[in-house]
Design a binder for this molecule. Sequence first.
Ligand SMILES: Cc1ncc(COP(=O)(O)O)c(C=O)c1O
Length: 442
Amino acid sequence: MMTAEELKAEILAKTAEYYRMVEAPKQAAAFEPGKSRVNYAGRVFDEKEMVNLVDSALEFWLTYGRWSRQFEEGLAKYLGTRFCLLVNSGSSANLLAFATLTSPLLGARRVNRGDEVITVAAGFPTTVAPVVQYGAVPVFVDVELETANVDAAQLEAAWSPRTKAVMLAHTLGNPFNVKAVKAFCEKHGLWLVEDNCDALGSKYDGKFTGTWGDIGTSSFYPPHHMTMGEGGAVYTADPLLHKIALSIRDWGRDCWCPSGKDNTCGCRFTKQFGKLPVGYDHKYVYSHFGYNLKATDMQAAVGCAQLEKFPGFVEKRKANYARLYEGLKDLPQLSVFRPYPESDPSWFGFLMTVSKDAGFTRNDLGKHLEARNVQTRNLFAGNVTKHPCFADLAEGRDYRVATPLVNTDVIMNDALWIGLYPGMGDAKLDYMLQCVRDMCGM
Ligand SMILES: Cc1ncc(COP(=O)(O)O)c(C=O)c1O
């Protein structure tokens, strides 16, 4: 008779064997230019992710558990910050980060309905959505064409006595002007939320993006820097922001017992909260109107394996960017976005803007590449204020455009990006290069 431990070891060994038989050959398949699809992003994994996933399935804890704790501790350690909370997506991470700033525990610095949050329109919608959903007012400033990030010189023009926060993404892994944005926030006493969903592993002035502001967020959706299928994280060095975020992630509860545990505080039936009777069970006391944004332990188990590989992913992203940059920098029809000298980006994509006099449009280039099996992407929403979801909003009341969004519109009309994820070998990169160069007649 086998013991349960022996059976488990056999199942895990078989899982690894299955990976080697079924998945590894797919990843090793020879690239056939024009025939094989060149995706803009994709999962990079090996048997460890599959083994962890099956291991957590056999434990059948399912919800937040030991893998989730391990992942949170691991990511906080990697980033060199104090606290990390695992959530079920990057959009949930942005929602949680913003909702944290609306807590009554923050006193005068709390973001109230009608308060303003400065951001940009050239990016992903869920950097902005939580602000609108809550009834605060996003205030848009333009971006720089060279970096596709906020034009920090325009921040002062966007400030008003109602401004409480700045919430910005590091575009496609390229850090925004952290020095200038931080200085602006410090001058006016504003919160800074860094949407780090596309920039995990990027550094500015030697320190990881996502750890410069008050709160940082990540996404672990498959195209992102690492994956667990769906997933995200919120990180901070501030114990109060962490306490609030934990409450709001977990239904708004006041209690902080891990799932499956009771009475961590030691006064479960002795304290008095709000207008509740003395001794009302602390487990069911709510200090916020919260959500349930938790991920499952199976997702975290995959994330733990990814985290071990992560520094290697970052190096590969940098090397892939360098190869694309060298191959495309001389093309007069395209301008390629660039980092600040202080930045060391963990690139998410390679953004190019087609010149007005190129002789072809961005969509021509997109069609040319897609016809050759190279996947392309616009910079997400381009200009989010132009989308149907804004139709119900009144400018000046529900949102403000502080400075003309001139470069934002150039990005909306003329920019696209191609991938450089760690699973992309030199043959695919060189093929993409040649396809772009062909379009430019080079
Ligand atoms: C900058 C940015 N923020 C947030 C998100 C949302 O992440 P998720 O898809 O995990 O909700 C994305 C998604 O790609 C993104 O690019």
